[in-house]
Design a binder for this molecule. Structure first.
Ligand code: ATP
Length: 377
């Protein structure tokens, strides 16, 4: 295996810039996921690493070698696609062996490697079946075997689970995590599914229109989003982003949100101090206040009258999300027209539509963003 690095990589198709100054490094034995909405450049990123597309500028390194000018076959890269790309006229064994034979591997080595890989992915007893007799999950396992027998330096996975049903998806996902650990693969795994990105990658690269919005461990992106794009993309539903005005009274910093006043504490205090410094004022600073739906609770009866850090909201919609519910409140006193807060309460409480409630915020979990740029303070 080897390290993979991209340095200031740019790629355009005609006038459309699809990759904009992309730089990151995947360490030897690390599996990193690339996450982002459709069209943000994920597949193009894999294609330039594999050499299927050329870059306009920047460098791609595998190990210590710049591979920009190498054709795909000389890059030591193995790729697994969404469509399994299995040859229908060959049996499982021959499909797995295909790349090895094409590289002239001796028969005994081919036999040993194919059987080893098939065993690792639970296909040992299906080795002489034809692809037509296999399920989608088994076909994708054949594709995984074909990639791992190659002993490539870097493995690229382009949404390999997208065509599978949810149960099979979870199983093949676990297979990928297991073979990554066992073989210490260096890999890049592309997906638009958050759960997949967070469970597979030790680090996640979140893309936004050809740019990297944030690179970090899954918990960094979730709890310390670098900007409002990351904050709203991560989580389902995403972070609430509310217009707020910060004021200072002595040691205390307050945030006015709609009709309500919240008192900052912990890391959001430090962020607020940076916001005052950046604005070079000591009175009012307009910011975006972020808080996750699970860091709020509500209910008229359960909230003592003395409790602070409440936002007044009118309940507009109750959405069933499988095991939990998302409650959509319109913020009372918002000067932005209709501004919504989504709350996913941990326990079910009675909630009537169109009634007003106090929504209590866990102020230790608040994050502040620049009103103009959306960057976190
Ligand atoms: P998806 O999740 O839908 O697969 P993606 O994030 O992988 O999307 P890409 O496939 O990398 O996105 O495409 C990024 C943009 O580049 C898209 O707007 C796409 O239409 C464009 N694009 C990709 N390949 C080409 C090409 N060969 N010629 C012209 N435009 C292209």
């Amino acid at each position: 295996m080897a390290r993979l690095a991209l340095r200031d990589v740019c790629k355009s198709f005609g006038s459309r810039q699809v990759l904009k100054n992309i730089s990151f490094q995947v360490e030897d034995g690390e599996l990193v996921t690339i996450l982002g909405p459709s069209g943000c450049g994920k597949t193009t990123m894999l294609r330039v690493i594999a050499g299927i597309e050329t870059v306009d500028s920047g460098e791609i390194l595998i190990g210590d070698r710049v591979v920009n000018d190498l054709p795909p076959k000389d890059r030591q890269v193995a790729m697994v696609f969404q469509e399994y790309a299995i040859y229908p006229h060959m049996d499982v064994f021959d499909n797995i062996a295909y790349g090895l034979r094409a590289h002239g591997a001796p028969k005994r080595l081919v036999d040993e490697k194919v059987r080893q890989a098939a065993k690792m992915l639970g296909l040992a007893d299906k080795i002489h079946r034809s692809p037509g007799e296999l399920s989608g999950g088994e076909l994708q396992r054949v594709a995984l075997c074909r990639a791992i027998v190659r002993d490539a330096d870097v493995f690229l996975f382009d949404e390999p689970l997208s065509n599978l049903d949810p149960k099979m998806r979870a199983q093949v996902r676990a297979d990928i995590v297991r073979i990554h650990k066992t073989l210490s693969l260096t890999g890049v795994f592309v997906t638009h599914d958050q759960v997949e990105a967070l469970t597979i990658g030790s680090r996640v690269i979140l893309m936004n229109s050809g740019e990297i919005a944030q690179i970090g461990r899954p918990e960094d992106l979730y709890y310390e989003p670098a900007n409002t794009y990351v904050a709203s993309f991560m989580g389902a539903p995403g972070m609430n982003l509310l217009e707020a005005r910060l004021t200072r009274t002595g040691e205390r910093i307050l945030a006015e949100v709609g009709d309500s006043t919240l008192e900052l504490c912990g890391t959001s205090m430090d962020q607020a101090l940076r916001a005052f410094n950046a604005a070079k004022v000591d009175s009012y600073v307009a910011v975006i206040l972020g808080i996750r739906p699970e860091d709020m609770r509500f209910g008229q009866s359960e909230i003592p009258a003395s409790e602070t850090n409440q936002i007044r909201g009118r309940l507009r919609l109750i959405e069933a999300l499988g095991t939990e519910r998302a409650l959509h409140f319109s913020l009372v006193g918002s000067n932005k027209g209709e501004e919504f807060i989504v709350v996913t309460p941990s326990r079910a409480s009675r909630a009537d539509l169109d009634k007003e409630f106090n929504v209590i915020c866990d102020m230790t979990r608040v994050r502040l963003f620049d009103h103009e740029t959306g960057e976190a303070f």
